[in-house]
Design a protein around this ligand. Structure first.
Ligand code: CUA
Length: 349
């Protein structure tokens, strides 16, 4: 290299290697020290984080090697004054170099892909005693369905999971592509209209973790979030029993508290107060229209339509398609009536 120029006679390979090793060591140490992910909450998380560490170990030296060669070349082979018209020596490739720079990356890729494939197959192995949960994504809400033997599935907008019980998620989308992601579990997969995708998870840590939509799916993408509650087996069974008999929990007599529905939702329907301002309920969110302004003086039919068919009429300054369209399913007829009655009484007061 560069012999004609009579400069840099000594190949600075040693210099490059020494600096490469130092830079790689710093890069790897920094990469491993940074906490990239939230707390692990599934048996899948450990192997995935380890896979990530292995990728740091390999990709940092590759990056450093490429960068050092580029910097070295820029410094040593740059055009000098008076060389503007020169075309450089007439060389035609270097077979040995080309074989080396093809073979090494190929080997690295094959090894990493094989390792990743083994890890991913291993953590998604079928387990005995798996619980199936259907995950349905739609603009802009998640619904989790727990199939019940010989009955309707139990639906919830929060994901309840018993600790240490393997779960198999069957993921679907009703409108556009979403992506079902629980960062604490490290698992994520697209929810695609017309397809059913799946993954397995075994939660192994009690707690409350975010569910995130990881695919840009429209204006409400950033609010398409929910929570995973990993609870004890006993707590899970209690919750399941409550969902099976929701009217019993309403305090008897069939009197449904519209205000409580507004503030807390019902387990299947997301709370209205999460997005709407309503003075009587003390909610101040501005994701959706201010209900004190928009529902004051409106009749029951108007309010009901706003809940079950939100896109029919959209308040000025707001867009169609943000509010979930599933309230007709997630609220019972009695709950819907109670909510409409409550809103009719308090909006604007
Ligand atoms: Cu659904 Cu982003």
């Amino acid at each position: 290299m560069n012999r004609e120029r009579g400069r840099d006679e000594k190949t600075p390979v040693l210099w490059m290697v020494v600096h490469g090793v130092i830079a790689s060591a710093i890069g790897i140490a920094a990469g491993l020290a940074i906490k990239w992910f939230p707390e692990q909450a599934s048996t899948q998380a450990g192997p995935i984080d380890h896979l990530y560490d292995v990728l740091i170990w390999t990709s940092v030296p590759v990056f450093v090697t490429v960068s050092i060669i580029v910097l070295f070349s820029v410094r040593n082979f740059k055009m000098r004054p008076g060389e503007e018209q020169l075309d450089g020596p007439p060389i035609h490739g270097n077979t040995r170099l080309e074989v080396i720079w093809t073979a090494i990356p190929a080997v690295i890729l094959v090894v990493l892909c094989s390792y990743a494939w083994i890890v991913l197959t291993d953590i998604e192995e079928a387990r005995a005693d798996e619980m199936r949960i259907n995950v349905v994504g739609q603009q802009f809400a998640w619904t989790f369905e727990y199939p019940q033997a010989g009955g309707k599935p139990i639906k919830s907008t929060q994901l309840y999971l018993p600790k240490d019980r393997p779960v198999r998620f069957h993921v679907k989308a009703l409108d556009v592509i979403h992506d079902f992601w629980v960062p604490a579990f490290r698992m994520k997969i697209d929810a695609v209209p017309g397809l059913e995708t799946r993954y397995r998870v075994t939660p192994n840590r009690l707690g409350n973790y975010p569910v995130v939509c990881a695919e840009l799916c429209g204006l409400g993408h950033s609010v398409m979030r929910s929570r995973t509650l990993v609870v004890t087996k006993a707590q899970f069974n209690t919750w399941l029993a409550e969902q099976k008999a929701p009217t019993a929990a309403a305090g008897g007599g069939g009197d449904i508290d519209g205000k409580k529905l507004f503030t807390d939702g019902n387990g299947a329907a997301t709370a209205c107060g999460a997005c709407h301002t309503l003075a009587d309920a003390g909610s101040q969110s501005q994701t959706g229209p201010d209900l004190d302004k928009n529902l004051a003086g409106k009749d029951a039919e108007f309010i009901k339509q706003g809940i079950v068919a939100p896109d029919t009429r959209v308040a000025p300054g707001f867009q169609k398609g943000i509010m979930p369209k599933n309230y007709g399913d997630t609220l019972s007829a009695e709950e819907l009536d109670a909510l409409v009655k409550y809103l009719g009484e308090v909006a604007g007061k």
